[in-house]
Structures are given as C-alpha cells and as structure tokens.
Ligand binder design. Structure first.
Ligand SMILES: [Zn+2]
Ligand SMILES: [Zn+2]
Length: 322
C-alpha cells in the first residue's frame, strides 16, 4: 500500500499492508487530517519513526468481529494494555505502556490502510459526513477541557490561538455558554470566530486587559504564549495548556505563584461527546478545511500546511469505497 513514512525524513513509500492482530480491525482510510502534532513529529517530537497521522475516518474492511465489517468508523488513538492499574481505573489514555497511533510506536493514518483494536473504534452516525468525522479526534481534545474542569455558563474565557484547535475549543466552550474571546493574529480566522457569534481580538490592537479572564486556554502551539496566558489570567484563574512543544517552554513562574493560578495540562478526550456535537451541528468544522490533497501529494500537503492562513489540511487516502 502507499503511505507517508517518516524516519527522520518524510517520504511517500510503498509499504506492506498491515495485518490486523487479535482484537484488531483493518481499516481502509478515507480521509486523514494534518495536525500541529504531526509537524512537531517531523521536527523530532516523541522520536517517532513510522507512518504518522492520528486523525482519520475510514471503513472497516477486515475484522474477526463480523459486525464491524463495512462500518464507517473513527478511532481513539491511544492503545492501552488493558491490564495495568491505570487501565483498570479507566485511565487507559495514561497507560504507561500504551502506544499512540501515528505518535508513539504505532503506525498511523497517512496510509491507505491502518489497524486499530476494535475497542478503540466508534461508528460514525449517518448524519455526520466524512469531512466532519475526520475532526472527531481534535474536537474530542477540545471537549476534554469540560471533562477536566467545571466552566459555568457566563465564565470569562480567553482562547489564545486562532488556529484549528483554538477555533474548536472556542466553539465547544461557546456552546457551553461561556463568554469566549478568541485572541489571535490572523484577521480571516478571527472573522470566522465572529461569524459564529464568538468575540475575537487581534494581538497588537485592542488586546484584552490584563487579569480579566477566569480561564485562559493556550492553543497557539508556541511556548511564548504562556507568558501572555498568565498576563490574561485573573487571580485564582486556570490556564489550560493544549499545545505539545518539541522544545521546553520558558515562562515567568512568579506570575503563577502570586496570582495563585492553576496550570492544567489537557490532551486527548472521549470520542462520543465529540461525535454528538458534530451530529447535532453544534460545532462547525467544514469552514476549517483549507485544502484537500491526495495521499500521493502528502509532502506538498505538509508544505501547504505552513501557509499562515491555513487551517485544516486533509489527505484523501482512498477515494473509492470497497
Ligand atoms: Zn492531533
Ligand atoms: Zn495499561
């Protein structure tokens, strides 16, 4: 099969089609999404070697559990051991021996086929088209914030970063009736937030006042944003960190101590609430698609991904359905 393979350099290669192990399904990938984490991986994050890609929608073509065959699915990316203490507590996303599809010790979705355990799969409801379903993983990561902390209606929330993740987080928290302000640098992306009824502010002009938010979500992908997040956080506020950096971040910790700010790391989330948000149309994802490339043009897609105005880039791995 064709795949984008990374071993210090990304290249389109012909590789063996994966064989599903016990409890696994073979999935023909329909669409896959590029994510900031993929960019970090190409810079060396997680010392990954193999096929990257962890956002996908596809169709099960082979599975011992026959009820899955032919189903349109999305898949949770953490593959846990299922037996350790963390797994038994239901914290399988934190299993110390987990593999993570396209990120750590497991091939990912920038390929014609992938394998995942059946327990990772979720059937996509009919009402959710492929172009929306491919956003389930980042949308689940956005919705994870609400599983980690209470954000009562009316809370003043700043979302730092007007990229893909920032715009998903802003929509999820806006839907939860928080008073959200997206803060970014790109007029077009900020206008998109405004078109959904979300307040937006451009860095450099009319920036919000210091210490004016209960919650600040850092979704810029840049370590430098942590200082700005702490500037915006009011005393006893929570700063939610969403970005994973390849490089260590530096920020002024005295701000954190003096204002008694809570720093909350936040990563992957559960898929069912995200699928539900998509099914009900509570979150708009199609306007986030900047461009779609065939898998064969994957390198070109990664280059295009660096365009400042770019939001989501998708790869079409298989245009014909089985
Ligand atoms: Zn991602
Ligand atoms: Zn485990």
């Amino acid at each position: 099969m064709k795949a984008l393979y990374f071993d210090g350099q990304l290249a389109l290669q012909e590789v063996d089609k994966p064989q599903p192990g016990p409890g696994e399904a073979l999935i023909q990938v329909t669409l896959a999404g590029l994510c900031g984490t993929d960019r970090e991986i190409l810079k060396g994050y997680s010392q990954f070697c193999g096929i990257p890609g962890h956002e996908f929608v596809g169709r099960v073509v082979e599975c011992a559990e026959k009820k899955w065959v032919g189903k349109r699915v999305v898949g949770e990316i953490n593959v846990a051991c299922g037996a350790c203490e963390l797994c038994l507590w239901g914290l399988d996303r934190h299993c110390p021996t987990r593999t993570v599809m396209g990120i750590a010790n497991r091939d990912g979705a920038f390929a014609e086929y992938l394998t995942l355990p059946v327990i990772n799969l979720h059937e996509v409801p009919k009402a959710v088209p492929d172009e929306a379903a491919v956003f389930v993983e980042p949308l689940a990561a956005a919705a994870e914030i609400l599983e980690q902390m209470k954000i009562p209606p009316g809370s003043r929330v700043a979302v730092l970063g007007d990229g893909r993740l920032g715009l998903l987080v802003a929509q999820v928290l806006h839907h939860a009736e928080a008073r959200v302000t997206v803060i970014g640098k790109h007029a077009g992306k900020l206008d998109l937030a405004r078109s959904w009824g979300i307040k937006a502010a451009c860095l450099g002009d009319a920036e919000p006042a210091a210490h004016s938010f209960n919650v600040v979500v850092e979704a810029t992908g840049s370590p430098a944003a942590l200082d700005e997040a702490l500037r915006l956080a009011e005393p006893r506020a929570t700063v939610v960190m969403k970005s994973t950096f390849h490089q260590p971040a530096q920020f002024d910790t005295s701000q954190l101590v003096v204002n008694e700010v809570t720093l909350l790391g936040s990563r992957c989330g559960n898929f069912p609430p995200a699928l539900d948000l998509l099914r009900r149309g509570h979150v708009k994802v199609r306007p986030l698609i900047s461009k779609t490339f065939p898998l064969e043009a994957g390198i070109e897609a990664f280059n295009y991904f660096e365009t400042p105005s770019c939001l989501k880039v998708l790869l079409v791995a298989n245009s014909e359905q089985p």
